[in-house]
Ligand binder design. Structure first.
Ligand code: UDX
Length: 432
């Protein structure tokens, strides 16, 4: 099939490349010409394990191409995926849909034969209806179908998540599109993915509801971790004990810092805003957002307690600063809240991240990047394990100590408290 992916961010690039790997002809379009030039040379704008190899393979065998010419690319394709960003609107909480509607207008002038226009970006309920209105202005209704097909891939696991999804959601009541899309996804369906056909609005809401539910699960376990800290209970026993109930499930019950990334913070706010628009109060999700916003402060309070309220001139190391492992993404990472506050209080901060220097800390006083774990740990008073990179999972901390031992605050519960303590380190973790 001939596909056109508009937008080469996480969703567009990963899905485009994976679709081409399944044998389709895919054009990935982006208005950023520089990005397109680099992609043609095999330079990938994002850090995603395995992606570069797939891009090069499929570009060489000519199933995958890149272009900044939207109109021609749409013209040549049968199925158009809109994969542009839907960030939180400036100064508000709803999703900014300007890029979606701009693309829809451009697509509306390039429909030369029947095309399926799909939103893969996360879009609020009724966005599909709006896109349909835009397309109808320039085209007869039998020339196109607007479908919602949300993508559930996680950064760092994107190729696996695309290839082995739990479910494929197709929001459309239109028979022809359903048949074509079931065929497009048949290689994944035959590997066990469930194909679910819903109304377009339901598909739009499923994406937000899923992200909001996962964010709720994390926030729930984070709050219970606070209770466990006060009652000498190990939060991991709680996660295991609860997770074994099949109605609950064990995933996304890892306590840690505030959830971050490009989706959960943005999508929880956007679903609340959509519900407000329809005069519906999503009070559970509202308190999840509030609780998560307070999470970094709670962890900072623990840092102050660990350092006996003497923060000035304390040398603090952050191991990992991205919002999670296997990504270079800093969006809404809890380190962006914690590091500036510690710096303001006079701490001297060094950080190491496997994905390198971060421009986000450039203008923050007393924050420096070190290019090795060893250098970042030298002379430290407190080491905060912020991100669960494999690189940090089996460190022999004793090797890094010269003189006084540093304290360790493990925000991801990577280490066993008893083992680290027998090595003579003061060790703190989350909910245990
Ligand atoms: C998420 C959704 O999982 C994905 O389906 C959607 O398409 C995009 O948003 P992503 O943002 O890549 O994916 O990361 P995810 O692995 O879901 O983690 C999100 C945040 O939750 C991270 O900050 C992570 O550290 C945190 N998290 C996750 C926990 O704190 N505990 C957990 O048990 C799981």
């Amino acid at each position: 099939m001939k596909l056109c992916m508009i937008g080469t961010g996480y969703v567009g690039l990963v899905s485009g490349v994976c679709f081409s790997d399944l044998g389709n002809e895919v054009i990935c379009v982006d208005k950023d010409e520089e990005k397109i030039k680099l992609l043609k040379k095999g330079v990938i704008p994002i850090y995603e394990p395995g992606l570069s190899e797939l891009v090069i393979k499929n570009y060489k065998n000519k199933r995958l191409s890149f272009s900044s010419d939207l109109r021609t690319s749409v013209n040549k394709s049968d199925i158009i995926f809109i994969c542009v960003g839907t960030p939180t609107i400036k100064g508000g909480s709803s999703a900014d849909l300007s890029q979606i509607y701009k693309v829809a207008k451009e697509v509306s002038t390039s429909i030369n034969k029947f095309k399926i226009i799909i939103t893969k970006s996360t879009v609020p309920v009724t966005t599909g209806d709006e896109i349909e209105k835009i397309l109808s202005k320039k085209n007869n209704k039998n020339k196109f179908a607007v479908v919602s097909n949300p993508e559930f891939l996680r950064e760092g696991e994107a190729i696996r998540d695309f290839t082995y999804p739990d479910r494929i959601i197709i929001g459309s009541n239109e028979k022809k599109s359903n048949r074509i899309l079931k065929n497009l996804y048949s290689p994944l369906i035959s590997k066990g993915a469930l194909y679910v056909n819903t109304s377009r609005r339901a598909a739009e809401l499923i994406k937000y509801a899923s992200n909001a539910f996962l964010a709720t699960k994390i926030t729930f376990i984070n709050e219970l971790a606070n209770l466990c800290e006060k009652t000498a209970i190990n939060i991991e026993d709680i996660s295991i004990g609860m997770g074994l109930d099949k109605r609950i499930g064990s995933r996304f019950l890892r306590a840690g810092p505030a959830y971050g990334g490009s989706c959960f913070p943005k999508d929880t706010k956007a679903i609340i805003s959509t519900a407000d628009k329809f005069k519906t109060n999503l009070s559970v999700i509202k308190s999840v957002v509030k609780s998560n916003e307070k999470r970094s402060n709670i962890l900072l309070e623990r840092v102050y307690k660990i350092l006996k309220k003497k923060i000035k001139n304390k040398k603090i190391t952050f191991l990992g600063v991205t919002f999670k492992a296997n990504t270079d993404d800093m969006r809404d990472s809890s380190s962006l809240q914690m590091i500036p506050i510690l710096s303001k209080k006079g701490a001297k901060i060094k950080y190491f991240d496997p994905t390198g220097y971060k421009k986000e800390f450039k203008n923050i006083k007393n924050v420096s990047y070190e290019n090795s774990i060893k250098k970042s740990l030298q002379g430290s008073d407190l080491v905060i394990i912020h991100t669960e990179w494999n690189d940090f999972k089996s460190l022999n901390f004793k090797k890094f100590v010269k003189g006084k031992k540093f304290i360790i605050f493990d925000l991801r519960n990577i280490y066993s408290s008893s083992k680290i303590k027998t090595q003579g380190f003061k060790y703190f973790s989350i909910g245990r």
